[in-house]
Design a protein around this ligand. Structure first.
Ligand code: NAP
Length: 490
């Protein structure tokens, strides 16, 4: 059977890439299943997409915002109609379980609905002026052509949370999705096409970060870059975008802690940590990767946790009863196993898992290491897989120190029944999101999403922060006296 090759979507047309090189889209739960090939498009093709977006910009920025919002409302409806198709495509190419994929599609629908509604409130403000008979106000206006560069772990939702606010505020967009999840990006482009976006307003180009991604960052007509991915790539992207003074926002890695105090509801905490650490195979920027236990409850918590983790059924996410899918690809599978080997070598005690599992996919056992101390690799580096580090603290102050002792700062949890501790933790934790008595994971369309320290650079995403990033302010001074006078004394 002929394996399909994905096409780029440029200027409202589905077009073959002229490049002969491509990346296979492999089902990570069954590596015999080659779903298709994503072309490694050329720099010229990225430039063609940027040119189309430039061409489309004047008409799109002049389209009334509510009319732009109605197209997003239609996209929400199309996503709802195709929820199952999108979820199945996602599970087949990314590996997460079907219920996780359905959840991701639902979140994308919420985002479309939120930004469709936001089209009615892209607001400036009025202020009193220093000068008599002068009306001063601000306008929020689009930037121009913007690019979105996205990772594979939320292959539908992250492209939505970048492109929907960009489009509704009147920008035109070029998306480069991760090379190993091209099917979700294709479905998004089809939805935008069917929802009625004019040609050139949204463009999709498959290709490597080094070529297509590089062009989408460095092209001088790109006015903003919205990037999600690793700290290494994000750091380079931020520097390059800044070099031509494009706006940039980067959301990057995490090493998220869950602190469990001695007065916590342990069953609740065990469930929250298991879901946070092993949901989506640990391949979430918001995954719980460190659990910091008050020493008084540490042994009891660990016993319950191991019992819970050993019930996780690893397998093909399409199958009923499977609660954790494979690593996304060979590279991530090898990374998981490499970190497991490092942890063992550094003297951590493997309490469960710690190995690859048999089968035709990239299956790794959910793994828990005890005896992890703050300087160890597993305490400091993001694995991005199903590997949890257990750390112990004598008291709240020590737990706080461990929790903040990493370069990342995306999200965190605290499990306790002491309201004062909750307030102290919330105040002092160096993270962009705080969960109290609930897992580290999750975000909602209407709430800012992003991190402190080396996790987040630029602006928060989702919510009205997303609208702010993709707009610039214009301040207007209107002297309505109609007479010549000296107005500005400064
Ligand atoms: P990655 O390797 O940094 O890649 C992210 C995207 O950047 C991909 O589309 C990649 O393209 C592209 N890229 C690579 N080199 C580039 C360059 N020189 N210029 C421009 N673009 C370039 O990250 P990943 O492995 O896909 O994703 C995992 C990481 O994402 C983890 O660290 C995770 O924590 C982070 N993440 C963060 C958040 C958040 O909101 N904080 C959310 C999800 C994931 P190719 O794939 O084609 O190389």
């Amino acid at each position: 059977m002929r394996v399909r090759r994905y096409q780029n979507f440029i200027n409202g047309q589905w077009v073959d890439s002229g490049s002969s090189s491509s990346v296979p889209n492999i089902n990570p739960a069954n590596t015999d299943d080659i779903i298709g090939h994503a072309p490694q498009s050329t720099r010229d093709e990225a430039q063609a997409a940027i040119a189309a977006a430039n061409e489309a910009f004047p008409a799109w920025r002049n389209t009334p915002a509510p009319a732009r919002g109605r197209i997003l409302a239609k996209a929400a409806q199309l996503c709802t109609d195709r929820k199952e198709e999108i979820a199945r495509t996602m599970t087949r190419e990314e590996g997460k379980t079907l219920s996780e994929s359905r959840g991701e599609v639902q979140k994308s629908i919420n985002l479309f609905e939120y930004y469709a509604g936001a089209s009615f409130r892209i607001e400036g403000r009025t202020s009193p002026s220093e000068v008599p008979s002068t009306f001063v106000y601000t306008l929020r206006q689009p930037l121009g052509v913007v690019s979105a560069i996205t990772p594979w772990n939320f292959p539908f939702c992250i492209p939505v949370w970048k492109t929907a606010p960009a489009l509704v505020t009147g920008n035109t967009v070029v998306l480069k999705a991760a090379s190993n999840t091209p099917g979700c990006a294709e479905l998004l482009a089809k939805i935008y096409e069917e929802a009625g976006l004019p040609k050139g307003v949204f463009n999709l180009v498959y290709g490597s970060g080094g070529t297509v991604g590089d062009e989408l960052v460095n092209n001088p007509t790109i006015r903003a870059v919205s990037f999600t991915g690793s700290c290494e790539t994000g750091g380079a992207v931020a520097k390059q975008a800044a070099a031509h003074l494009a706006k940039v926002t980067c959301e990057m890695g995490g090493k998220n802690p869950a602190v469990i105090m001695d007065d916590a509801d342990l069953d609740l905490a065990v469930e929250g940590v298991a879901q946070g650490a092993f949901g989506s195979t640990g391949q979430r920027c918001t995954a719980t990767s460190r659990v910091i236990l008050h020493q008084k409850i540490a042994d009891k918590f660990i016993e319950k946790l191991i019992e819970r983790v050993q019930k996780i059924k690893v397998g093909d996410g399409m199958q009923d009863g499977v609660s954790m899918g494979p690593a996304v690809d060979k590279a991530q599978y090898e990374t998981d196993l490499r970190y497991i080997a490092i942890a063992k070598k550094e003297g951590c005690r493997c309490l469960t898992g710690g190995e690859a599992l048999p089968g035709k996919g990239y299956f790794v056992a959910p793994t828990v290491f005890d005896g992890v101390t703050p300087a160890m690799t597993l305490a400091q580096e993001e694995v991005f897989g199903p590997v949890l580090a257990v750390m112990r603290a004598g008291d709240f102050e020590e737990a706080m120190q461990i929790a903040n002792g990493v370069k990342f700062g995306l999200t965190c949890s605290i499990y306790t029944s002491d309201a004062n501790l909750v307030m102290r933790f919330t105040d002092r934790i160096e993270a962009g999101m705080v969960h109290i008595n609930s897992p580290t994971v999750g975000g909602e369309a209407q709430l800012p999403f992003g991190g402190f320290k080396q996790t987040g650079y630029g602006s928060r995403e989702m919510s009205d922060e997303g609208l702010n990033f993709f707009t610039q302010l214009k301040t207007v001074f209107y002297d309505y006296t109609g007479v010549k006078r000296q107005t500005n004394i400064y």
